[in-house]
Design a protein around this ligand. Structure first.
Ligand SMILES: Nc1ncnc2c1ncn2[C@@H]1O[C@H](COP(=O)(O)OP(=O)(O)O)[C@@H](O)[C@H]1O
Ligand SMILES: [Mg+2]
Length: 145
């Protein structure tokens, strides 16, 4: 039998001051689960960027995390506006963030590229006007190459 831990975070879209709290809590849980520091680093960056995206682009959402012996799986789901052009959104530096959001220090357009970079697998399901679900998997052991 393999051990599996489930974590659920509800991310508020109203409160920019609390943006990043779920990622901090997630990081602490991974430490408790003895995930290696390098994997914690990668998974935490991916989670943080996804959390911030739900706050600044989608009125908040949920993060469902499953940690087992092999993988960390993060499912970020929101009921926001959806991503119009995913290919464009994936480009480094592309952002639809307003000046107001940029003044708060967000909107550099590096979130999705870094989520892709720091996860081993990433899929985006999005429907205009309905929402977006981003699923990321981070392996706990590096691939042998
Ligand atoms: N959850 C989401 N809902 C709607 N649009 C999103 C979401 N995540 C990302 N996007 C879109 O993709 C673009 C690029 O995202 P990202 O690379 O994280 O850059 P940034 O968040 O800095 O704008 C965003 O500007 C936004 O238009
Ligand atoms: Mg972002």
């Amino acid at each position: 039998m393999t051990n599996s831990t489930e974590l659920l975070y509800v991310i508020s879209g109203e409160d920019f001051a609390s943006a990043g709290e779920a990622s901090t809590s997630f990081k602490n849980e991974l430490k408790k689960l003895n995930v290696s520091p390098e994997v914690i680093r990668r998974a935490s960056i991916a989670m943080y960027e996804g959390e911030i995206n739900m706050v600044i682009h989608a009125y908040g959402g949920t993060a469902r995390v499953t940690v087992d012996d092999k993988d960390i799986k993060i499912v970020l789901a929101d009921n926001g506006p959806g991503i119009e052009d995913v290919e464009k959104a994936m480009q480094a530096g592309y952002s639809t963030a307003t000046d107001g959001i940029r003044d708060l220090g967000f909107g550099a357009g590096m979130g999705l590229p870094n989520m892709k970079k720091y996860s081993d697998e990433m899929t985006i399901e999005t429907h205009e006007g309905e929402g977006t679900t981003v699923t990321m998997i981070v392996h706990r052991e590096p691939e042998v190459s």
